[in-house]
Write a protein that binds this ligand. Sequence first.
Ligand code: CA
Length: 224
Amino acid sequence: MRVLLVEDEKLLAEELVLYLGKEQMVCDWASTYAEASESLAVNQYDFIFLDLGLPDGDGLDLLAESKTYQKHALVIILTARADVDDRVRGLEMGADDYLSKPFSFLELKARMQAILRRKSGWNKEEIKIGGFVLDLDSWMVAFQGEKILLTKKEFSLLHFLLIHPNRVINRFQLAEHIWGDHMEDDYQSNYIDVHIKNIRKKLGSYASVKWLETVRGVGYKIKT
Ligand code: CA
């Protein structure tokens, strides 16, 4: 999960980046409108957390920009503004939810999961495929109640593919998803192949993983 946090309150931003990192998300932080605008133009995000009151512009204008560049990003507005009009306008402009500051990080996480469930049609905190169950709370995969140990990166890759079913996700997108801007220059796309191979090996000893397809020369796809 790759996230853009647009927030000019340094302390809040730093704490949130730390929290999201622990939750296995890659988080880019933009503290100004200009920085956020640049990030929106060059990276693809799964979630955007958007503060409305920025030193050099209005978050609602960024929301409009995000709709141009970020076709799949889900937007949560973070606002201290008492004015409900901004929130309503934000939702009308396509934001998926909003949170009033101060908010608990656990609530933010719960909102994210609720949005993902709503968007994907899943109604539980778990994803099921081919007899396997991914528990999004504990980051565990199980088959008929038996727990399968995946590394954090393996789980993260599998989860990312599963929330984009029937779409080809290329190796670069997958690498960016798990390493983000920290992706090393000497990054090799076969790192992803190695992780996928391990996922197949681990899950494959329980049941068929035919639903995890290789798209030759491109990447991977979950077929449902
Ligand atoms: Ca602010």
